[in-house]
Design a protein around this ligand. Structure first.
Ligand SMILES: NC(=O)c1ccc[n+]([C@@H]2O[C@H](COP(=O)([O-])OP(=O)(O)OC[C@H]3O[C@@H](n4cnc5c(N)ncnc54)[C@H](O)[C@@H]3O)[C@@H](O)[C@H]2O)c1
Length: 289
């Protein structure tokens, strides 16, 4: 087990950095924004919930009133809408002159049923399935992301939210697909996969069910989201959050590859195949093939 201890004192290193945080109006995103802003970072808040995000904006501005220049902005944003995303990026860039990190955290977990056949009352035809969960929890994160909130649902079975599960697994795939190439442009990519975390997303009944099991406060997930900003050498990791501990999975997954592949020889061959494939693809990209 590889845990990443988090020392809150290191948050001072965020001073002067610019962070764009999506889903900042509540839960994990809100704690991330609070920690970053209180540590001296410039913060751009993106959320479609205007009321809660405005309340956070006022809270943070009044806590720092008269002390510092305005270091926080908010734009109502639907992360699944490209125009909205473009606008918050442009606004952040225009206001602060740079974006050091994008924390792509917005997500929903509700109302999905792929097998609930709905018939269009007018045409009598079967309607297309509703893929809102995929649009918000996966597609929206493809727009441009560096630190992404996945979920334990990206690793574990989570019925009945199978679209959520699909989307969150996809985010781990996105990180794996990008971690060897983005870093060449000096951009790291990591995912944070919280297990049950006490936020508005979790119904009260679920908390009761969790009795005796490790639970997270949103601040721990927030710290894990900020870790790659504080330590830019961190790249390609998946931080599972359980019982307020940050546990990294990717390194151990690779370390134990001979075991779960069932043969050291196969594992070595797969590693060699990866080295060749990734190397060749990157070389051909570099020469424009
Ligand atoms: N709470 C948990 O147990 C848990 C576990 C694993 C992963 N997560 C993930 O953590 C992230 C944060 O969730 P949370 O637990 O803080 O929940 P939350 O509901 O408290 O916060 C989610 C925020 O995202 C915003 N949002 C949702 N869809 C949006 C959209 N299309 N555009 C803009 N903003 C949008 C909401 O308005 C809200 O402010 C999500 O990606 C969630 O899937 C949560």
């Amino acid at each position: 087990m590889t845990t990443y201890p988090f020392n809150v004192e290191q948050l001072t290193r965020l001073k002067g950095k610019t962070l764009l945080i999506t889903g900042a109006g509540s839960g994990i995103g809100r704690e991330t924004a609070r920690a970053a802003y209180k540590s001296g970072a410039n913060v751009a808040l993106a959320d479609w919930n205007e009321k809660d995000t405005q309340a956070l904006l006022s809270e943070l501005k009044s806590a720092q009133a008269g002390v510092t220049a305005d270091r926080i902005i908010f734009r109502k944003t639907n992360v699944a809408n490209f125009e909205d995303v473009l606008e918050i990026f442009q606004l952040t860039w225009k206001t602060f002159g740079t974006i050091d990190a994008v924390i792509s955290n917005a997500g929903v977990s509700s109302g999905e049923d792929l097998f609930d056949d709905e018939i269009d009352p007018e045409s009598g035809k079967l309607m297309a399935p509703k893929l809102r969960s995929i649009d918000i929890n996966l597609t929206a994160h493809l727009l441009r992301r560096e630190i992404i909130t996945s979920s334990a649902a990206g690793i574990l079975d989570t019925p009945p939210v199978y679209l959520y599960c699909t989307a969150k697994t996809g985010l781990i795939g996105l990180m794996r697909g990008l971690r060897t190439s983005l870093i060449k442009r000096n951009i790291s990519i990591n995912v944070v996969a919280p297990w049950l975390t006490v936020t508005a997303m979790v119904p009260q009944g679920r908390l009761a069910l969790w009795e005796g099991l490790p639970l997270n406060q949103p601040a721990t997930a927030a710290h894990a989201l900020l870790l790659p900003v504080l330590q830019p050498e961190i790249n390609g990791k998946c931080f599972f959050i359980a019982g307020d501990e940050i546990v990294e999975f990717e390194d151990k997954l690779h370390e134990t590859q001979p075991l779960w592949m069932g043969s050291k020889q196969l594992s070595d061959s797969v590693d060699e195949g990866q080295r060749r494939m990734i190397g060749v693809i990157q070389e051909s990209r570099a020469i424009g093939l």
